[in-house]
Design a protein around this ligand. Structure first.
Ligand code: DLL
Length: 432
């Protein structure tokens, strides 16, 4: 099913024309209304006339998170407050929050891209959406809500938490679609199992995002909940969820290129990488009024796939996010992503994908410890079995990561569960 064939299946030449025209309008808008962007462009000696087509994008300045923090709260807005009808914010872990402002047209655009997302996952007006993303300043809840309403579905704005009650309502209301973070989906699945109500559920589809998750995690969620799990990507600075979405192929996320132009750059040189290479994802919004951003550096690492997708959509796909460059741990000189650890753990049926990584520095050497939960059915006091399992997992981690951790197999349910974005790492080196 395709929500908006006119755009989603548009020929690349036509798309290029639309992108160029919308890019010109955006650059004119920010130059006229945002002192921040006017100054940045003046520093590079460029004017809006220098930007005519998508190829001119590289002349524009980059925008980074600290630009938003330094201009907190509304310094990057390109519309007067009288036109802003909604504010969202993302807290991050340090510093001031990132604030985004939306005009009425922006909210319309946002619900449009989410309608595309949900339709691509086979959903429609007879579905009942259980939206367990957080509602509030976080973009997940209200964002998904507007898209589900747009396709005419019935929407349950349940938000996060109160997990057993959620599941009760999910069964009573016959929810068919679940939206939440992948880690909360797993927690919900575990609780559903504990409550013994899996056969009472009518769930068939789920949309999960807001944090990196692996293909192995997708399989785990699909099997545990008996659903098809779709990936949905986005960020507050650019819009919120719906910047890109899985189609029924579940093979990469189509980027809504009529609204956002993607680039992949080398985070060190800031130059575009060769087509198909992994690098940092950068977005320029070309259809936003409230807070358009030019060449926003997401810190998310992925690659773009230009081969045609069997689903018929012409929008370029981005692969699953490999990790964030600021999530990357450098342990004794080796780069380690939490997603690599997750995918190894999911190869072992004896352990659950609940883990926590601890890094510290002792006597000038990095220490690297991973706590992993055993599955209840495999948890035993048979020491030699546990030792053998621990050895096998450590060996596999060593060969995938290039560095061996100290592995601790811990009791089921001893690692804290999350209802929102999960935190998998404690890096004590940063404390000193
Ligand atoms: O997480 C928006 C969102 C809500 C996306 C619900 C999907 C679903 P922020 O809080 O600003 O916005 O965080 C954005 O989360 O830069 C990525 O690092 C990460 N992220 C978001 N979606 C995915 C995904 C929302 N599908 C940051 N896969 C982004 C991997 C994701 N990482």
């Amino acid at each position: 099913m395709i929500w908006n064939e006119t755009f989603e299946c548009m020929g690349r030449d036509e798309l290029h024309l639309i992108q160029s025209s919308r890019l010109r309008e955006t650059v004119e808008r920010v130059y006229a209304n945002s002192p921040f962007y006017r100054r940045k462009m003046q520093e590079l000696s460029i004017t809006p006339e220098d930007i005519q087509t998508v190829e001119d994008l590289v002349k524009l300045p980059f925008t980074v998170k600290t630009d938003l923090r330094d201009n907190y709260p509304f310094g990057l807005f390109s519309a007067p407050m009288s036109e802003i009808v909604r504010l969202h914010a993302s807290s991050g872990t340090t510093g001031k929050p990132i604030v985004a402002g939306y005009t009425r047209k922006d909210l319309n655009t946002w619900s449009e891209i989410l309608a595309r997302t949900f339709t691509a996952g086979g959903c429609g007006k007879s579905d009942i959406f259980h939206i367990a993303f957080g509602y509030g300043l976080f973009t997940g809840g209200l964002g998904a809500h507007s898209g589900a309403e747009r396709i005419g579905a019935s929407v349950i704005p349940i938000s996060t938490g109160n997990t057993e009650k959620q599941i009760q309502l999910m069964t009573d209301f016959g929810s068919t679609v679940l939206c939440c973070t992948p880690s909360y989906a797993l927690y919900l699945a575990e609780t559903i199992e504990k409550m013994g109500v899996k056969d009472k559920l009518r769930l068939r589809t789920g949309f999960f995002g807001a944090e990196p998750w692996t293909e192995a995690m997708r399989t785990e969620i699909q099997n545990k909940l008996g659903i098809k799990a779709y990936d949905i990507y986005g960020l507050t600075e650019v819009m919120g969820p719906g910047v890109s979405y899985n189609c029924s192929e579940q093979n990469g996320m189509h980027i809504n290129e009529d609204m956002f132009i993607p680039e992949i750059i080398d985070p060190k040189t800031l130059k575009p990488v060769a087509q198909g290479e992994i690098g940092e994802l950068v977005f320029t919004t070309i259809y936003k009024e409230g807070m358009p951003v030019l060449r926003y550096r997401t810190k998310d690492l992925t690659r773009l796939v230009y081969e045609p997708c069997p689903c018929g959509r012409s929008f370029v796909r981005m692969e699953k996010i490999k990790g964030r460059s600021d999530d990357m741990l450098i342990i004794r000189g080796v780069n380690v992503f939490p997603t690599q650890v997750e995918s190894v753990l999911l190869e072992f049926p004896e352990v659950a994908p609940h883990y926590h990584i601890f890094v510290d520095r002792v006597n000038n050497t990095d220490t690297f410890e991973i706590h992993v939960e055993m599955r209840p059915e495999c948890f035993s006091d048979n020491l030699s079995r546990v030792l053998d399992l621990s050895k096998r997992i450590t060996h596999r981690l060593q060969s995938v990561l290039g560095i061996g951790p100290v592995l601790k197999l811990v009791e089921p349910n001893s690692i804290q569960r999350t209802t929102g974005k999960s935190v998998h790492v404690t890096d004590l080196r940063k404390v000193y």
